[in-house]
Design a protein around this ligand. Structure first.
Ligand code: HEC
Ligand code: HEC
Length: 342
């Protein structure tokens, strides 16, 4: 190889290097200036929001069936509860609205939202001991959270509720689905929840709205239900409801209360505080659901914090209600290889 060839090779390498640097920086500048060219999909997914029913109502672009579904879910006592005009329409037994627990009209992540829900059904239900449809799941809340009776599956009301759930789910990107499902879990303490500790925390964090007596406050238009819903007593969820389990209630409270202050990604209370408060609100009398001994035909599938028997283990009713739950979870894992989280 003579000198000339060496020189040519070196200049080629150098030129290649210069081109590489130019492309690299050009790309970087383009990325900084217009990132959407590179990560269009991701940004669109992060910006996605569920349809906003109140805006669509204002602009008069809401489908009639979806609107009816929204009224049923948001003003339940007036349409399908104790204040319904026709006695045969009084399916719910208390004056709660579905959206008192499924917050922001069922669109709030971390509060058991209805966003993306239709894709999750049918699914196996341990409580029913069979495949359960979305209609069955809605009726689960009708009979327990709403302390009432089932809505007929082919009724106009059932169809309208489902149409609304479909509407809030419109266009949900794959990567946002998990966020809108259920409640984020809490770390379960290895000591029992203490309603006395919960009482002090309740007075400090909750009583302003729900009242020291836990009875909340009715709306000015009382037929539509509550401004602040009651947490115990005669006019709230019954003893067979999910919210009556300490673990489920603690998860809900941690991610959602105090209202307008705490969210799933910015909670106010610690796991332990939510755990004690959940025990306190569930230490009072409330309506009793009939036939709960028939729940969970396979008793091994009962959530560990189900506060009513029968159970298929020797832990005390007290421990099933207030914990500690990790030993019960460990027992089912070891004996039946069943993994429980609540
Ligand atoms: C007292 C609170 C409360 C009220 C009121 C209530 N629910 Fe629920 N709902 C729950 C709880 C708790 C769950 C279970 C959440 C979990 O464990 O992730 C649930 C679950 C659901 C689910 C299944 C959610 C999922 O992601 O699998 C649907 C659907 C539902 N409720 C519909 C309704 C409807 C419709 C009404 C009114 C007729 C209603 N709920 C009223 C507390 C309530
Ligand atoms: C600023 C007022 C406010 C405070 C403070 C507050 N809540 Fe609520 N809470 C609400 C409202 C409003 C709803 C119903 C939301 C809706 O309908 O959109 C609600 C709903 C609930 C529900 C579900 C409905 C029901 O009847 O079971 C529970 C449980 C609950 N709150 C518990 C608590 C606990 C525990 C605390 C204290 C850690 C607390 N809240 C603090 C306003 C409040």
């Amino acid at each position: 190889m003579d000198k000339l060839n060496v020189f040519k090779t070196i200049s080629k390498i150098f030129l290649g290097f210069v081109v590489f640097i130019v492309l690299l920086f050009g790309g970087l500048i383009l990325f900084v200036e217009s990132p959407e060219l590179f990560i269009k999909e991701k940004i669109a997914a992060a910006d996605w929001e569920p349809n906003k029913v109140e805006e669509d109502l204002e602009y008069k672009i809401l489908d009639r069936e979806v609107e009816y579904g929204y009224r049923l879910l948001a003003e339940s006592p007036k349409y399908i509860g104790p204040n319904a005009e026709h006695p045969e329409m009084r399916y719910a037994g208390n004056n709660l609205a579905c959206v008192n627990c499924h917050l922001k009209n069922g669109t709030q992540a971390g509060s058991g939202s209805w966003v993306g829900i239709l894709e999750r059904f049918p699914q196996y239900s341990g409580r029913d001991g069979k495949e359960s449809t979305i209609e069955d799941r809605i009726n689960g809340c009708m009979e327990r959270s709403m302390n009432g009776k089932k809505l007929p599956k082919d009724s106009r009301e059932m169809k309208a509720m489902i149409a609304y759930m479909d509407y809030v789910s419109e266009g949900i990107p794959e990567e946002r689905k998990a966020e809108f499902k259920g409640y984020p879990p809490i770390e379960l303490p290895d000591f029992p929840a203490d309603p006395q500790v919960g009482k002090d925390l309740y007075s400090k964090e909750c009583a302003v709205c729900h009242g020291e007596d836990g009875q909340g406050q009715r709306l000015a238009e009382a037929e539509k239900g509550y401004l602040y819903p009651p947490l115990w007593g005669d006019d709230t969820f019954n003893h067979g409801a999910g919210m009556h389990r300490v673990i489920t209630a603690a998860e809900f409270i941690k991610s959602n209360m105090p209202f307008e202050e705490a969210t799933w990604d910015n909670p106010k209370l610690t796991d332990e505080e939510a755990y004690h408060i959940a025990a306190y609100i569930n230490s009072f009398d409330r309506p009793q659901k009939a036939n709960t001994e028939k729940d969970f035909p396979d008793k091994r599938l009962k959530p560990v914090s189900t506060p009513y028997g029968p159970w298929t283990d020797d832990f005390s009713p007290e421990q099933h209600k207030y914990g500690p739950f990790p030993p019960i979870i460990a027992y089912y894992k070891e004996k039946y290889d069943i993994s429980k989280s609540k």
